[in-house]
Design a protein around this ligand. Structure first.
Ligand SMILES: NC(=O)c1ccc[n+]([C@@H]2O[C@H](COP(=O)([O-])OP(=O)(O)OC[C@H]3O[C@@H](n4cnc5c(N)ncnc54)[C@H](O)[C@@H]3O)[C@@H](O)[C@H]2O)c1
Length: 360
């Protein structure tokens, strides 16, 4: 039995808890930690965690609970110190994205994990969507030929209303960045994962960002605060082979996650609202100008009907538990994620300076 310590008991930790229960591996949450005791109590009750151990200091959870691994689900500012502490104690880590506030932090985390020899992974759950494996295989098999464009869109409007309170995501000093780290980190990971067989290095990035509601009331104190983290971020980047990538990210449009990949022989479209299928168009099989896409169904035998966020999270836990059991590296490792954080840093530097950034 794999005993899991959950550190941070907010929104995403709820999906983690549901996922642990249905992931199909022998694992359970035996300890939880949050600096907000009331929130932690509510979490334990809502998630029906029974006699779970409770801590307000993550160090005590790691030192005393007997957890075999920890999931780091706190705000971004605490990821580094918790991951490094767990690694130094020899405890495997699954850490939420974005891993740190900048690439320097992520390098420190990767070094600590490597020196300790612990299995570690970043929580990029969107690559766990079943359709991604089939889309990746089609790209790797050259079904689309050379890829010209990758377009990724991630809209999430939970914090859009002007009356919505300020939370840690609105502040650069706690979040590192806004939708850039929150949403674009996912679309970027999906792009690098799907195109990795063809092109993996990015040579330049240009990003533009906006803050539409610059002042919001703090959800806890009621005090008016100035928003410092980007709320929209649109990115144009090029891979070394010239492939163009466009990523649109916004808190001000109805929830949507979509990708569109166009190549010399055809194109693929995927939208999260149609979880288990995607659209494929091949030029050789269509003659007219208005090209026809056909729907490819992705079979998910045992998981059909699972709520979408829980399904991809459950796949993540199953994979992590299998890696721990077989003592194999779990991907993406924190070291592999350093590159994503370097790209996010370059994108942030681009919108701050209003300049295109060329990468080495
Ligand atoms: N993979 C995904 O699809 C996905 C989705 C949403 C959020 N996330 C990530 O998950 C993380 C948490 O996001 P959230 O929406 O759940 O935030 P949240 O604010 O709902 O929850 C974070 C919790 O962490 C607690 N916390 C903060 N510092 C702590 C510390 N030092 N020790 C213990 N607890 C601490 C807070 O009190 C809070 O309860 C973020 O990094 C976010 O980017 C990932």
């Amino acid at each position: 039995m794999l005993n899991i310590g959950m550190i941070g008991t907010g929104l995403i930790a709820r999906y983690h808890a549901q996922a642990v229960k249905i992931c199909g591996m022998p694992c359970r949450i035996t300890a939880i930690c949050d600096i907000d005791e009331g929130k932690m109590e509510q979490y334990a009750a809502d998630m029906e965690l029974g006699d779970v151990q409770k801590y307000t200091d993550y160090r005590q959870l790691i030192d005393q609970s007997g957890a075999d691994m920890v999931s780091v689900c706190t705000s971004n500012d605490a990821h580094k110190e918790i991951t490094v502490y767990a690694a130094n104690k020899g405890i495997p880590v699954l850490c939420e994205k974005p891993l740190g506030l900048n690439a320097g932090e992520v390098r420190t985390m990767a070094k600590a994990c490597e020196e300790a020899g612990i299995i570690n992974m970043t929580g990029f759950t969107y690559r766990r969507i079943p359709a991604m494996d089939m889309i990746k295989k089609l790209i790797d098999d050259q079904t689309l030929g050379r890829v010209y464009h990758y377009k990724g869109r991630f809209y999430a409007d939970r914090l859009a209303p002007a009356g919505a309170p300020a939370e840690w995501r609105h502040f650069e000093e706690i979040a590192g960045s806004g939708v850039l780290g929150d949403l674009a980190s996912h679309t970027l990971d999906m792009a690098l994962y799907l195109l990795g067989g063809q092109c993996s290095k990015i040579k330049d990035v240009y990003a533009d960002a906006s803050i539409f509601v610059p002042h919001r009331k703090d959800g806890k104190t009621g005090e008016m605060k100035t928003v410092t983290a980007d709320e929209t971020c649109n990115i144009i980047a090029h891979f070394e082979d010239g492939t163009e990538m466009v990523l649109e990210n916004s808190r001000y449009a109805p929830f949507e996650v979509e990708i569109h990949i166009s190549g010399e022989k055809g194109a693929i479209k995927y939208n999260l609202s149609r979880y288990d299928e995607f659209e494929l168009m091949l030029y050789e099989s269509v003659a007219d100008y208005f090209k026809t896409y056909r729907t490819i169904k992705v079979r998910v035998p045992e998981e059909n009907g699972r709520p979408v966020p829980t399904d991809r999270m459950a796949r993540q836990y199953r994979y992590m538990a299998e890696c721990l059991k077989n003592r194999q590296e779990a991907h993406p490792t924190i070291r592999e994620t350093v590159y994503i954080q370097e790209l996010l840093d370059a994108m942030k530097a681009s919108y701050k300076s209003e300049k295109k950034i060329y990468l080495e």
